[in-house]
Design a protein around this ligand. Structure first.
Ligand code: ADP
Ligand code: ZN
Length: 735
């Protein structure tokens, strides 16, 4: 008999390798199937990634898998490829990549096709005299009386809590039986008539033609100002893909999955997209995953993690607002869904469309080099005009609580003419600082190097970094004098506007005001209908929305972004300003945007006002090229933190040493630079001391060789047990 082949299995453990097992008794398992395996003293569900003839371990040391779960693979070759690619590229344990790619219920060993337990009356049970029974065993009678056909355990839990204690007795008597029935809710509503869209304008037509002219994989950057009709372009291309019997995967930022957008897709394509995002329950998630995998769902719309969803007949991948930071996961497996989507598109040989009014400099530079097809939509569709931008110099104008006189006058003016106003600032709470009026003492977080934010309505001080909270005191803990809130948050701006414009409905939208389920939808509905005349909000309001009556956007304070220590500061600021400005004047009325700044002569403003986002982008790209920052080099950041500063530093110094040795061994002269270690700008957070080491290279290959050495050697190093650490490849936040 041919000897057993060896299963290379990924298990959900933070160890950067596969584990070898012999196949389960009297069974085989091919790549993409789940198996139950012994792991130390535990019993885990693992995913077979590969099957091989050899192992590094002697055969007699190999343990045997307990059992196979799937008789056919859950994941196909392309899905497995994506998992391996992700693990290699991000230097992250493969078991944790599987965990990101496969729904929790499947990782717990549930069957792919979920079943539901139901309780069913037997023939004998149907003959029981309930009246007589209810005298002896009222609980049993009650349950039998309730069984009309098969009733699910879930339903019984709701109507007859505690019924499970009586189940065994009923089964013993042969009156009921337990069955497992397939539980697939299937599609919701199926297909309906697709509504025709507007006639495309010339630019849109050309964009659609250019995308459809391609065959197979090609990345297209659809670079169109806000409201230029990019979504119409995607919809046309999607229509063609669906008509060809293929599936479409659309990735949107966390904030972009609005009911408005989903409804628009449904209406235009005549079918409800299957949604895939972080607030689904485990069983909804499994159901969406299964429907995408089987091809039953031909339209899958999701946030970041949807990039891993298996597709039976992939035909197109669309990434809307590709510049958005939420495509990058910032903890655990630090992947970029945009970058993985492109890699996946290449592997599957399907076109990838990246859309944005403010493309990332990474994507622009690919387009400039000709690696992406670059299509532009220069003007707003449907006749709306571009909004006018203007600066207000905070050094020259007084105002009330951070709102300058020119801004207040403009608000009055727009609202008076029937328009709607959005006042934007990226800071929730009442004020970012609480200061003593006598001694100048500032309320700080006890666990972080940061200030506490004043949340007036709740009467509390809250640390936005670690979540610590304490009671808001009106007097200083040091000297007893009165404390005053300093600076503006959304809560304070809302209060100022309410006292100034008492006759109008003012709605605030930030993560505090929308914590309760349904409040976000209600606030958005009021914004869309125009009932809310003045909107105050953070970035939650600044992206993607279409408020037909909005004519004025006021940006309370943009200056933090001007002096960011991160080299991406300027890019971020330009994106967020252009996105929020893009909410103004989307229909007939000319939109106006007023930005308050104390630094009117900063060159950033000159570029932005003179040439818009693309001028800022050109200027910033030139700067990055000179300095050798991305996209002209590649970065990886090694972060560490520990309760004792010393442990953080020991770890980072060891990492730097390994990096230097690897660099010396690989390429003398070294094309990889090691910068640091340095402590993080906010060194202490939630009681941990944080530091980091930055690796930079013009060559991706060299950087990855060094990272492999670091990942491998640090794993074994004693110092790695005293610090929490991570590798972030292509980091988008340097601090
Ligand atoms: P974007 O995705 O670039 O922000 P949208 O596709 O949402 O732009 O279009 C902005 C607005 O213009 C929408 O109300 C849309 O219905 C409308 N629109 C788009 N294309 C056209 C067109 N060719 N003719 C008329 N209206 C259009
Ligand atoms: Zn804190």
């Amino acid at each position: 008999m041919k000897s057993d082949r060896i299963l290379k299995v990924a298990v959900n453990a933070p160890l950067p390798r596969l584990f070898d097992y012999l196949p389960p008794p009297a069974a085989t398992a091919s790549p993409g199937c789940r198996v139950r395996v012994p792991f130390g003293r535990q019993r885990l569900v693992g995913m077979v990634i590969d099957v091989a003839d050899a192992s590094d371990l002697p055969r007699q040391k190999l343990r045997r898998a307990h059992s196979a779960i799937d008789d056919r693979p859950l994941l196909d070759h392309d899905d497995l490829w994506l998992i391996r690619f992700t693990s290699d590229y991000y230097h992250h344990p493969i078991g944790e990549v599987v965990a990101a790619a496969v729904p929790a219920l499947l990782r717990q060993g549930r069957p792919l096709l979920a079943t539901r337990s139901v309780l069913r009356l037997t023939e004998e049970g149907a003959l029981v005299d309930l009246a007589a029974l209810s005298k002896r065993a009222p609980r049993q009678a009650e349950i039998l009386a309730h069984l009309d056909g098969a009733v699910s355990f879930d339903a019984l839990d709701r109507t007859l809590p505690g019924w499970r204690r009586t189940k065994a007795a009923l089964i013993d008597k042969g009156w009921v039986q337990v069955d497992e029935i397939p539980d697939d809710p299937g599609g919701d509503g199926g297909e309906s008539e697709a509504a025709a869209g507007p006639t495309l304008n010339e630019d849109q037509r050309q964009a659609v033609d250019a995308i459809l002219a391609g065959q197979g994989f090609r990345t297209t950057l659809l670079d169109g100002v806000t409201g230029s009709g990019k979504t119409e372009v995607y919809l046309r291309v999607m229509e063609e893909t669906l008509a060809a019997g293929k599936q479409v995967l659309i990735l949107v930022p966390e904030i972009g999955l609005t009911p408005q957008f989903v409804e628009r897709v449904r209406r235009r394509l005549g079918r409800a997209p299957v949604l895939f995002h972080s607030s689904l329950t485990d069983s909804e998630r499994l159901s969406a995953w299964r429907r995408a995998r089987s091809g039953d769902a031909d339209l899958v719309l999701g946030t970041r993690s949807a990039v891993f969803v298996p597709l039976a007949e992939p035909g197109l991948i669309v990434i809307d607002e590709e510049h958005d930071a939420s495509f990058k996961q910032q903890e655990g497996l630090r992947y970029s869904a945009r970058d993985l989507a492109i890699a996946r598109g290449k592997r599957l040989d399907v076109p990838v469309i990246l859309g944005s009014a403010t493309p990332s400099l990474d994507s622009l530079s690919h387009a400039n080099r000709g690696a992406y097809q670059h299509l532009t939509l220069e003007s707003r569709a449907g006749g709306a005009m571009a909004p006018l931008l203007r600066l207000v110099d905070l050094n020259r104008h007084d105002g009330e609580d951070g709102l300058s006189t020119p801004l207040l006058t403009a608000i009055d003016d727009h609202v008076g003419r029937g328009g709607q106003v959005l006042v934007f600032l990226n800071r929730r709470g009442f004020a970012p600082t609480l200061i003593c009026s006598a001694c100048g003492h500032i309320a700080e977080c006890r666990r972080c190097d940061s200030r506490m934010t004043v949340h007036q309505a709740e009467g509390s001080l809250l640390c936005h970094h670690c979540g610590a909270t304490r009671r808001l005191d009106s007097t200083c803990g040091q000297c007893g004098a009165a404390c005053v809130p300093l600076g503006q948050g959304t809560e304070r701006v809302e209060e100022t506007l309410k006292s100034r414009f008492p006759q109008h409905v003012i709605t605030r939208v930030d993560s505090d005001s929308t914590r309760l389920k349904g409040t976000m939808d209600r606030a958005l509905a009021m914004a869309v209908s125009g009932e809310a005349r003045i909107l105050v909000g953070t970035q939650m309001l600044s992206k993607g929305h279409h408020f037909p009556r909005l004519t004025l956007v006021g940006v309370v304070n943009a200056d933090q972004g001007l002096f960011s220590t991160d080299f991406r500061g300027g890019e971020r600021l330009a994106q967020s300003l252009i996105q929020v400005a893009g909410r103004a004047g989307r229909e007939r009325q000319q939109g106006e945007v007023i930005i308050q700044t104390a630094f009117v002569s900063h060159p950033f403003w000159h570029e932005l006002l003179a040439g818009g986002y693309h001028q800022v982008a050109r200027y910033t790209l030139a700067e990055r090229e000179t300095a050798g920052w991305p996209p002209f080099s590649r970065l990886a950041l090694i972060r560490a933190s520990a309760h004792q500063r010393q442990h953080t530093w020991e770890f980072l110094e060891a990492a730097a040493e390994i990096a230097s040795a690897a660099i010396a061994a690989a390429a003398p002269g070294g094309s990889v630079r090691v910068l640091g270690p340095v402590s993080a700008p906010m060194e202490r957070r939630a009681g941990r001391y944080r530091g980091q080491l930055l690796l930079q290279s013009r060559r991706r290959q060299s950087l990855h060789q060094v990272l492999s050495a670091i990942a491998r050697e640090l794993e074994q190093h004693a110092c790695s047990r005293r610090a929490r650490w991570s590798i972030d490849v292509d980091p988008i936040e340097l601090f």
